[in-house]
Design a protein around this ligand. Structure first.
Ligand SMILES: *[C@@H]1O[C@H](CO)[C@@H](O)[C@H](O)[C@H]1NC(C)=O
Ligand SMILES: *[C@@H]1O[C@H](CO)[C@@H](O)[C@H](O)[C@H]1NC(C)=O
Ligand SMILES: *[C@@H]1O[C@H](CO)[C@@H](O)[C@H](O)[C@H]1NC(C)=O
Length: 328
């Protein structure tokens, strides 16, 4: 049938026409792809929107204009070697005792199950009447241990979300080749061997992975006397999207960049772990439950029971001094 040159010409014309229409249609979506997140699995609509201009933070938000910079950063982590796991410890500038305890205990072990593990403490600017002295002491400490990074926002409990976000900026900038990080509070007990074993497990995802003690249906507090009160004009939904509790959460290191790509479109609230949940939700990434519920504990009911400690990865401590001795 196609031997007739006339029909052949018509077919070629139709084919060319259809191709041109297809190219035109696909090119219409190109601007979106250009601004879309790097990960194909993530929610592409999220970061293609123009960035809103947030008003002043007010009581339930934090000032995170993404313009803070690191004023102290001589840590060799991710610069001279690529660790498997980074222990990121947000800590108050004045809490030298907490940092020293961690250096002597769970933060002091460099090789765990044959993998490189490094600890980085993250602080903001000290406040109060002795801020200058505190800053001078921090500088000395940083020169001595080279495990301290400091960003130029005002360090305070209400600014924890800023600390987390600048931590993610630092990781995205320096540690994209490392495998995992755990963000862990300075008053926690961490069993690094159990954590590395979990992360080496073939069942553990290597991407889009965030785990810890996951709050799957955390209600938004409407009680004005609650520390975590959130009025409905800030968060209209009755529950937060799922997120691992802020005391200790693990993340694969592809996530910092992805979270930062959506965060400009979600006004930062002062509850740092719930805020990460909002970002994850926008990315279309779900947190993962640990394979054993004893791995992350808020209140260890039997803190000294050998059986339970054999599984624990992170737990709160009633007193950092008495329980840290249990760490191997
Ligand atoms: C949080 O940090 C910003 C930037 O340094 C500062 O302006 C603000 O006062 C801080 N807020 C609190 C409650 O410390
Ligand atoms: C993408 O994000 C929008 C806005 O948050 C949401 O409505 C939608 O369900 C998300 N889509 C996916 C596939 O996660
Ligand atoms: C282990 O902890 C759980 C609660 O987390 C408790 O119910 C159980 O009795 C503990 N087991 C032992 C042997 O202490």
């Amino acid at each position: 049938m196609l031997k007739d040159p006339y029909i052949k010409d018509i077919l070629i014309c139709v084919l060319v026409g259809v191709t041109v229409v297809i190219i035109y249609l696909t090119s219409e979506y190109k601007p979106d792809h250009l601004y879309g997140p790097a990960n194909k699995k993530s929610n592409a609509t999220a970061s293609s929107l123009p960035e809103p201009k947030w008003e002043d933070p007010g009581p339930y938000h934090v000032a995170y204009p993404r313009k803070y910079r690191f004023v102290m950063d001589n840590s060799p982590t991710c610069k001279t070697a690529t660790p498997f796991l980074i222990l990121m410890v947000p800590v108050a500038p004045a809490n030298l005792e907490g940092r020293d305890t961690i250096r002597r205990t769970w933060g002091g072990k460099k090789m765990v199950l044959g993998r490189l593990v490094e600890t980085v403490f993250i602080v903001g600017l000290p406040g109060g009447v002795d801020a200058n002295q505190q800053q001078a002491r921090l500088k000395q400490e940083s020169e001595r241990y080279r495990d301290l990074i400091q960003s130029n926002f005002q360090d305070s409990y209400r600014n924890l979300t800023i600390k987390t976000m600048v931590m993610l900026e630092w990781l995205a900038q320096h540690c994209a080749k490392a495998s995992f990080m755990i963000k862990i509070d300075s008053d926690m007990l961490l069993h690094v061997d159990n954590l590395v074993a979990l992360l080496l497990d073939p069942e553990t995802p290597k991407e889009n992975y965030m785990s810890g003690l996951v709050w799957w249906h955390s209600p938004v507090s409407r009680n004005p006397f609650n520390k975590f009160y959130m009025p409905s004009h800030v968060i209209a939904e009755p529950v937060y999207p799922p997120y691992p509790l802020g005391m200790a959460y693990v993340m694969s290191l592809d996530l910092p960049k992805k979270i930062l790509s959506v965060s400009p479109h979600i006004k930062p609230i002062n509850i740092e772990d719930a805020y990460l949940g909002l970002c994850l939700n926008r990315l279309g990434v779900s947190p993962t439950n640990p394979p054993d519920q004893r791995m992350f504990q808020v209140i260890p009911r039997h803190p000294l029971s050998r059986c339970n400690l054999s599984k624990v990865i992170a737990t709160t401590t009633t007193s950092i001094k008495t329980h840290l001795v249990q760490s191997p």
